[in-house]
Structures are given as structure tokens and as C-alpha cells.
Write a protein that binds this ligand. Structure first.
Ligand SMILES: *Cc1c(COP(=O)(O)O)cnc(C)c1O
Length: 397
């Protein structure tokens, strides 16, 4: 006999993704930079669903999307037949046929990749699109400055390539935004605050900008881009022709702080309470009994755990929000695989019962707050959201 399995809607927490908020964040960045930014949609659109994210941003006028892996690009191509899709890993060995077949634009990170892609163009007897990624100090990916010099003196090496972008990536844009804001505050208060980190030197971002401008002068073709989300909030020189925001689109604070985030929350994680219980003073909670009630209180259990990407390191640290009484409640004890417990002893009697919805992340509990309480960053939290949630895409009211 077949038994009907309850739908996820009955049993699962809900991850709501507000595509209208995403679109407003995109518009905000486009207005600030004066050009439609490249949308960074790697890791499945920072965990929120690359296809849904890209289709919404396309409607907003976005025509350029970058992913990390070739197969991410292949999957996006179906949804976006006309978009420019860049692949940050570049022309890695064995990727040439797929890059060509799906009209992807590899971000060439080394002379070895340049050579491989030029040979692919020669073999295909067609002009192939490419981006050139210069390393300006992060030493992660990119062609080192000395090699960019060689390349500029050997134009045959990029023959057959249509250079669409010339780019580099900032290592410290977030902390430089914070440092700049601190400096501006000190200056307005007329204080003399020594910049202990840089000792009067140009900031790391300024040094990278200077290095990039020199390399750009050797390769004036295509659009120049340097700024990630945080870079957009440095001074306007960083914006160049195009910018490459990721986290800001998805509602994370570009410089990772809680105060004054200019972006709107996009992802909301909610769960229904599944059990409420009264416990006496001295009762302990969860694995390892890491929390003990100092007085009689009431606890509520939520069906979310680290298997859902709600980090165990948030144990005894993070909080949730009960919208029905507009009040927060702290997580007590350890977050376990499927469950998390909150102390609701301070809330009005009867306010929280099985079925009452708690927000674990969203407009009231910012992603950056949850991340900070779990000892990580919003990027890791979003990209680690599990597959068990019921996902709901909304667009506006
Ligand atoms: C991920 C990434 C970005 C976007 O960074 P955010 O900090 O999320 O805005 C931009 N450029 C490159 C090369 C990246 O890898």
C-alpha cells in the first residue's frame, strides 16, 4: 500500500527568497556605479538559486553574469541564452570544448590559460571571447604583473581572442571601507587618529588600484573592472567601466558589519515551533548540557539544525525573532543536526505554541548577525544553506 508522504510544506522550515528585494539591491548598485554591474552568481547564486536570481536580474537589465565553474556556466546557459556568462576558473585543462559549445567567456588567469584558449580559437577557426585577470596583490588567481608586461609585448599571444574584460580583484575592500569610515568620522570630530594599520601608506585597495591602472594602460581593450561589493563603496575611481558585486545583491552588508547596511535582506529563514516545554531551575539543554536554566523557564524547539546550514557554532550565541510578539529569543544549548532550542521564558504566556513561526534569519535577524554569532561571514552562511528547506520565491508584496 502506498502511503502519501506529507509535502515539505507541512514539515519543513521555509527559506523565502525575495526577488524584488534582489532587484532593488541591483538597481541601487547600478545607480551608484552608473552602469549595469556584472552579477556574481557563483555557488548557485550565493546559495539562493542561480537560475531564479539570474532570470530576475535579466529583467532588471543585467546582461553579464559570472560563475566560478564551467558546469555552473553550462547550467546557466539554458536559462540565459543571450547573456554573457563568465567563468572565473578560466580555461582549465579539458574545458575548451564545453566553454566553446556553451559560448562561455573564460577569465584567463595565467599565460598557460591564455595559450590554451588561443590554441582553442585557432582550432575552432573563430574569434573566441575572453577576459584577462591580472593579479595586483591578492596572489590567488590572475596573471602576475611581470607576465602582463611580457604579454603586452607579444600581441600574437592573444591573437584570435576577443578581449571583453580586463580585471583584477581586491583583497581588502571591506576593511578599507571600514577604515575610511573611521577616518572620516575622526576628521569630522577633528581628531588626530594615527592609521595604525597602514602607517600613512596607501591602503591595500589604493595600492591595487594603482597597480591595476598601470596594467590596464597596456591592455586598453574591453571593459575594466576591479570592484566587488565593498569596492563599490570605496571612492568612485574603483568603479571603472564595470563592477562585480556578489554579496551586496543578496542583502549582505558589503563590509560585513551590522550597522548601516545599505542593502535589503533577500533571504528569510523561518521555522515553525514543534514543541514547547516548561523546565525547572537547574534544567540543562541539549547535547553536552552546555546551558542550564537559572530559574524556571519555557523552551521552544525549532526544526532547524546544522544539517540545514544553521551552524553548530551558533550554539548559545544566536537568536531568533517571533514576529507575532515582535520579540527576540536566545538560542540555548547546542544546535544539533536537525533541531535548535530557544528560551522563551521572557515572552508572554501562550505567545509561542507549536506552529508559531520563528525567524532565524531575515529582516529582523540580519544574515551578518547570524554569521557573526556563528564565527563566520554571511557568504559562508548563505552558500551553506541546505537542501531541506521548502524554498519559496516571492517578488514584491
Ligand atoms: C566572488 C567575487 C566577486 C564578488 O565579491 P563580493 O564580495 O561578493 O561582492 C567579485 N570578483 C571576483 C573575482 C570574485 O571571485
Amino acid at each position: 500500500m502506498l502511503v502519501e508522504v506529507p509535502s515539505k510544506a507541512v514539515t519543513s522550515p521555509i527559506l523565502t527568497i525575495d526577488l524584488h528585494a534582489l532587484a532593488r539591491n541591483y538597481r541601487h548598485l547600478a545607480q551608484r556605479t552608473g552602469a549595469a554591474p556584472i552579477a556574481m552568481v557563483k555557488a548557485d547564486g550565493y546559495g539562493l538559486g542561480a537560475t531564479e536570481v539570474c532570470l530576475r536580474l535579466w529583467r532588471e537589465g543585467c546582461r553579464r553574469f559570472f560563475v566560478a565553474r564551467v558546469d555552473e556556466g553550462i547550467r546557466l546557459r539554458e536559462a540565459l541564452p543571450e547573456a554573457e556568462i563568465g567563468v572565473l576558473d578560466g580555461a582549465v585543462p579539458g574545458s575548451e570544448a564545453a566553454l566553446t559549445a556553451y559560448s562561455l567567456v573564460p577569465v584567463l588567469n595565467s599565460l598557460e590559460q591564455v595559450d590554451r584558449w588561443r590554441r582553442a580559437a585557432a582550432e575552432a577557426e573563430q574569434l573566441l571571447p575572453a577576459a584577462l585577470h591580472f593579479d595586483t596583490g591578492m596572489h590567488r588567481l590572475g596573471i602576475p604583473a611581470a607576465e602582463v608586461h611580457h604579454l603586452s609585448q607579444d600581441p600574437g599571444r592573444i591573437a584570435g581572442l576577443d578581449i571583453r574584460h580586463v580585471m583584477s580583484h581586491l583583497a581588502c575592500a571591506d576593511s578599507d571601507v571600514v577604515a575610511l569610515a573611521g577616518k572620516a568620522e575622526a576628521e569630522s570630530a577633528d581628531e588626530q587618529v594615527p592609521d595604525s594599520r597602514h602607517q600613512g601608506q596607501a591602503s591595500p585597495s589604493e595600492q591595487q588600484l594603482e597597480a591595476f591602472l598601470k596594467l590596464r594602460a597596456m591592455f586598453p581593450q574591453g571593459a575594466a573592472s576591479l570592484a566587488n561589493s565593498a569596492g563599490i563603496f570605496l571612492d568612485p575611481r574603483f568603479r571603472m567601466d564595470l563592477t562585480r558585486p556578489g554579496i551586496a545583491l543578496y542583502g549582505g552588508c558589503p563590509w560585513g558589519q551590522l550597522a548601516a547596511n545599505p542593502m535589503e535582506a533577500v533571504a528569510t529563514l523561518e521555522a515553525p515551533v514543534i514543541q514547547v516545554q516548561d523546565v525547572p531551575a537547574g534544567a540543562t539543554v541539549g547535547y553536552g548540557a552546555t546551558w542550564q536554566a537559572s530559574h524556571p523557564t519555557r523552551l521552544a524547539t525549532l526544526p532547524v539544525g546544522y544539517a540545514d546550514g544553521y551552524h553548530r557554532s551558533a550554539s548559545n550565541q544566536a537568536r531568533v525573532w517571533f514576529g507575532n510578539v515582535a520579540a527576540a529569543a536566545p538560542i540555548v544549548g547546542r544546535v544539533s543536526m536537525d533541531l535548535t532550542i530557544v528560551d522563551i521564558g521572557h515572552l508572554p504566556e501562550g505567545a509561542v505554541t507549536p506552529g508559531t513561526t520563528a525567524e532565524l534569519m531575515g529582516a529582523q535577524i540580519p544574515v551578518d548577525e547570524v554569521a557573526a554569532n556563528a564565527g563566520t561571514i554571511g557568504y559562508e552562511l548563505l552558500t551553506g544553506l541546505g537542501l531541506r528547506y521548502q524554498r519559496r520565491y516571492v517578488d514584491g508584496e
